[in-house]
Design a protein around this ligand. Structure first.
Ligand code: ZN
Length: 381
């Protein structure tokens, strides 16, 4: 039997609509299928790909969840007395996130973004562990856990390294000819589209560059191995931002006290609320229902989207913005940006894809089906 490798190239935020506009390696990866993403951000989508399951099973949804008793950030309150103009700067917060991650021993991706210091003590952070290594996911397992337990040699890019470096390492690893599976992580298209929107010249330029790089990887693998099964996948799409809403001011105008009446997490495309009394609940709910730029997602719909959690740690009320509308400022960013994801999974710009040189089975339609499609190609699994 010949030597076989299965390679999965992950391209962050490469949506189906963007793929239809620009194409991607259509000569060597002729099969393409539109995939539905999961509701939420990458913190929900990436674990869904790796586990082949939905957030209500693997339990990863939003980064920050309500945990006033067990918050590791209680001391962050002290930082809130420091001058805002220094400590709200992106670079300072990035640097502070690194120090905190080190201090707490987090190995996952950790960012405090623009969450105010006085708000942090109400929350805990979900991705404490790196889920790209075995044992990293909170519940259930990932494709890496399975490869590890079945002793199938594989390589997964280190997401902390630059894209170019990961491409070099991927090629070196293929040259050694020892692995049977590779997960090549290419996250930079996401940053380009956040910065320029989904149809800027920079996007096409980046896609053409990615094509060249991925083509080289595939060619090298075909030289080194007798058989290559090649996949390109993405986790979600990207919508152009056309409007912003200052939701924080609208909620603040009710005169309720944060931490005493309610607690809120303002993600960029959704706002999540917890209530300490019924009056706060009804007044905030009423205010949200008056806002035409989004809607409160019902428990029934959360259940349908497989992101309902009985303990409500991700929110008692979840207000989702209409596609293209951004909460500005939010706890994720103080300014508007041209591109964002995290809207409703049924919005056309939310869909992503799987591409391959293999036949993609009919039952592969969601990012939770990717794992199954990959495992089918990995020998001995
Ligand atoms: Zn992104």
């Amino acid at each position: 039997m010949g030597k076989k490798i299965t390679i999965c190239t992950f391209i962050d935020a490469f949506g189906w609509e963007v793929y239809k506009r620009y194409g991607f390696l259509d000569d060597i990866l002729p099969e393409a299928r539109r995939l539905r993403t999961t509701f939420g951000f990458s913190s929900a989508a990436d674990p869904s790909i790796l586990t082949g399951r939905y957030p209500d099973e693997h339990t990863h949804w939003s980064c920050f969840y309500y945990a006033p008793e067990n918050s590791p950030f209680k001391l962050m309150k002290l930082l809130s007395i420091l001058p805002r103009q220094i400590f709200d700067r992106g670079r300072v917060r990035h640097w502070l996130s690194k120090i905190l991650a080190k201090f707490y021993g987090y190995t996952g991706y950790f960012q405090i973004y623009s969450v105010p210091f006085e708000v942090l003590p109400y929350f805990d952070y979900l991705e404490k562990r790196d889920y790209f290594v075995p044992g990293g996911i909170l519940a259930t397992d990932t494709i890496f856990d399975r490869l590890y337990s079945e002793e199938i040699p594989y390589h997964c890019s280190n997401w902390r390294l630059p894209e170019k470096r990961n491409l070099e390492i991927a090629k070196d690893t293929i040259n050694e000819g020892k692995i049977e599976f590779m997960y090549l992580y290419l996250p930079k298209l996401d940053a380009v589209m956040h910065e320029f929107g989904n149809n800027a010249p920079q996007v096409e330029e980046k896609i053409r560059w990615l094509e060249e790089q991925v083509r080289e990887v595939k060619k090298l693998a075909e030289e080194k191995y007798d058989e290559v099964a090649f996949f390109a996948i993405s986790d979600h799409g990207m919508a152009n931002v056309t409007e912003s809403v200052d939701l924080i001011s609208q909620i603040d105008s009710l005169g309720l006290e944060f931490g005493k009446d309610y607690v809120a997490m303002y993600d960029s495309t959704m706002a999540r609320f917890w209530f300490m009394n019924d009056s706060a609940r009804s007044r905030i709910t009423e205010k949200l229902n008056q806002c035409s730029k989004g809607y409160i997602v019902s428990d029934e719909e959360l259940k349908q989207m497989r992101v309902f959690f009985e303990d409500r740690k991700f929110g008692e009320v979840i207000f989702l913005m209409n596609a293209g509308t951004l909460i500005v400022p939010s706890f994720m960013g103080l300014k508007s940006i041209p591109g964002m994801h995290g809207y409703h999974p049924d919005d056309k710009d939310s869909y992503c894809f799987i591409k391959s040189d293999r036949h993609i089975p009919e039952d592969v339609n969601s990012i939770t089906d990717i794992r199954r499609a990959l495992e089918r190609e990995i020998s001995n699994v």
